[in-house]
Every structure is written in structure tokens, then in C-alpha cells.
Design a protein around this ligand. Structure first.
Ligand code: NI
Length: 143
């Protein structure tokens, strides 16, 4: 009988500024597309993001040590984005319009290689909350 597969999630919070603006569009087109999120001097959010790994439960009883997941998220994401301007201060977000969708994709690209080193579990989902009531889920490029 195969071991049951479970999902383990850790959530962290960060505060950051950003501005939605597509350099390929005119100022007028940007205003129409993004509305108040195109405010020239930017605006801030209290973001939350969740990382879920999935795998069978081994003898240890842990899909992945929660302390390991916490540290990886701090090192790869939190340390780079907290109290930053996402469009100016974060090298791995350069060239992307800083929507929650694009944050999910960028976070996946940073976390997947780190988590690949842990046998028996796989990165399953990234969830980014831009506000308490709104979030985006990403299940990776193969989903
Ligand atoms: Ni915003």
C-alpha cells in the first residue's frame, strides 16, 4: 500500500511597495489598464504568501522539516522583498509587472531549485495574497 500523500504549508507576511506599469504602453494606456495601481509614486500592500510542499509521510512523520521550509522561504523570498519597492529593489522581479500572478511565478522559480534537494517532497503550490481577500495560486509550469 503506498504511503499517504499529504500537503504541508507555511505562510509568511511581508510589506512592500509597487506600481503596476507596463513600459510598452503609453501613460494613458497604463492609467486605463491599471487604474489606481498605476499611481506614479506607487503604493503599498501587506502581502502574505504560502508555500505548500506535497509528498508521502515517511518514517520520520515529516514530509519536510517545517524549520527547513521556514528558513528557505526567509532566505529566498522574505529577505529580498520585505520593506522593499518590488519594482526597483528586487533583482529577481526586474522586467516583470509586479502583479500577484507574476510574484507567484517568480517565487516558484526561486523556491523550486532549493526544494528539489529534499527527497520525498515536491513544491506543490505558491499562493500570494495581495490583500486579505484576494489571492493567486500557482501550481508550477507543468500544471
Ligand atoms: Ni497594488
Amino acid at each position: 500500500m503506498p504511503a499517504p500523500c499529504l500537503e504541508l504549508t507555511h505562510r509568511q507576511e511581508f510589506s512592500a511597495a509597487h506600481r503596476l506599469h507596463d513600459p510598452a504602453l503609453s501613460d494613458e494606456e497604463n492609467r486605463r489598464l491599471y487604474g489606481p495601481c498605476n499611481n506614479p509614486r506607487g503604493h503599498g500592500h501587506n502581502y502574505e504568501y504560502e508555500v505548500t510542499v506535497r509528498g508521502p509521510v515517511p518514517r520520520s512523520g515529516m514530509i519536510l522539516d517545517l524549520n527547513v521550509l521556514t528558513v528557505i522561504m526567509r532566505e529566498e523570498i522574505f529577505a529580498h522583498v520585505d520593506h522593499k519597492h518590488l519594482d526597483h529593489d528586487v533583482p529577481f522581479l526586474q522586467g516583470r509587472i509586479s502583479t500577484a500572478e507574476n510574484l507567484c511565478i517568480a517565487f516558484w522559480e526561486r523556491l523550486a531549485p532549493r526544494l528539489a534537494g529534499y527527497d520525498g517532497c515536491a513544491l506543490h503550490r505558491i499562493r500570494v495574497y495581495e490583500t486579505r481577500g484576494s489571492f493567486v495560486d500557482y501550481y508550477g509550469p507543468d500544471a
